[in-house]
Design a protein around this ligand. Structure first.
Ligand code: COS
Length: 377
């Protein structure tokens, strides 16, 4: 769909990698509840772990659309691998790139961009999900440090990340305008990984709690300006939503690929089920909706690349792609009939994986709020 030469080449490279190296292991990642580290290493070698960041920080200097294509191709075969990359880039690394000082960038970005280190983002808390400003984690300044107490919940790459960008209240009297962001390194005193979260889907993706008990974060690890954390992470989420749209798109395409293939192989009433109009209509609807979702996701990415305002379009892309992907996976299982309900076919996993796209990085309801506010303002 109107890709540049660079975008086409990137798409082909990631597609080959995903089909040959990731697809054969996707069911295993789902069962073992982690992605083999050599997959992350290989993504680093392909330049994916720093795909959108400048070469001077060890990145590949590609555009947002290339990044979306990479997440799409990975998610097409394994949503856990897709979200591992998406969380790392959009949430783990991007805040440091966007809001970090030159010193912080030099310190953290090269290892993150090479894939030697993974990044994570600690925003959500047990009592602060959609209400992202309801942060209870607290940071108090003392003698060149911030003392942080609290907990973070549902953190992707939580136990595997070397750095986490976290948010905490630094001035509770100011509400949303009293939140700040920090970079926390693994091994920091008072910082630990809490329990592993066992999920319905994207089970290969590492999801944990993070715990802060009198955690001593050096003052130099404040990210961006004090008390401006809320606006910073809202901007980060705008970009992140493009990648979750791409992830949903990938899952939808993957489920469609499987359903199309199966419908041509499966014989009933002495003919392939693809001969039946009921199945043909399913396939036609799925393909049409996927195409529409692809337009929205790529459009939001292109707006971002052109330096135009893209927040509303990112929310539209994420909302629509997630809902299309859910509908597509339901139909893909239906086309597979009884076999689709078993672990013999990947659509069973895709059906479980897809639901998170309507929940993570802003529920579909939050996306509608963001879109409606932009219409009404
Ligand atoms: N970019 C920049 N600034 C933004 C912004 C954005 N996308 N969205 C909001 N802001 C600013 C507002 O302009 C406002 O600043 P001013 O008072 O100076 O104008 C400030 O942030 C507060 O915004 P608002 O009043 O809209 O805050 P709300 O508490 O109503 O929350 C929602 C807004 C619901 C949109 C926000 O909490 C949200 O996105 N929640 C979902 C969080 C989420 O996605 N969690 C999943 C995380 S997975 S890592």
């Amino acid at each position: 769909m109107f890709l540049t030469e660079e975008q086409e080449l990137l798409q082909k490279t990631v597609r080959d990698f995903a089909q040959n190296e990731v697809k054969p292991r996707a069911a295993k990642f789902d069962v073992q509840e982690f992605i083999d580290p050599d997959v992350i290493k290989a993504m680093g070698e392909l330049g994916l772990m720093g795909i959108v960041f400048p070469e001077k920080y060890g990145g590949s200097g590609m555009d947002t659309l290339c990044y979306a294509l990479a997440v799409e191709e990975l998610s097409r075969v394994c949503a856990s691998t897709g979200i591992t990359l998406a969380s790392h880039i959009s949430l783990g690394v991007n805040p440091i790139y966007m809001f970090g000082t030159e010193e912080q960038k030099q310190k953290y970005l090269p290892k993150l961009c090479s894939g030697q280190h993974l990044g994570s983002f600690g925003l959500t808390e047990p009592n602060a999900g959609s209400d992202a400003g309801g942060t209870e984690t607290n940071a108090v300044r003392q003698d060149g440090h911030w003392i942080v107490n609290g907990a973070k919940m549902f953190i992707t790459n939580g136990s595997t990340a070397s750095t986490s960008v976290i948010t905490a209240m630094t001035d509770r009297s100011k509400g949303l305008k009293g939140i700040s962001a920090f970079v926390v390194e693994k091994g920091t005193s008072g910082f630990s990984v809490g329990k592993k979260i066992h999920k319905m889907g994207i089970r290969g993706s590492d999801t944990t709690e993070l715990i802060f008990e009198n955690c001593l974060i050096p003052a130099g690890n404040l990210l961006g300006k004090e008390n401006e954390g809320f606006k910073q992470f809202m901007t980060i989420l705008d970009g992140g939503r493009i990648s979750i749209g791409a992830m949903a798109l990938g899952i939808a395409q993957g489920a469609f690929d499987e359903a199309l293939k199966y419908s041509k192989e499966r014989q009933q009433f002495n003919q392939p089920i693809s001969n039946f109009q009921a199945i043909q209509f399913y396939l036609a609807d799925m393909a049409t909706e996927i195409e529409a979702a692809r337009h929205l996701v790529y459009h939001a990415a292109r707006l971002k690349d052109a330096g135009k305002s893209y927040g509303t379009q990112a929310s539209m892309a994420k909302l629509y792609a997630a809902e299309v992907a859910t509908r597509t996976c339901i139909k893909a299982v239906q086309i597979h009939g009884g076999y689709g309900y078993t672990k013999e076919y990947p659509v069973e996993r895709m059906f479980r994986d897809v639901k998170v796209c309507e929940i993570g990085e802003g529920t579909s309801e939050i996306q509608r709020i963001v879109i409606a506010r932009s219409l009404l303002k």
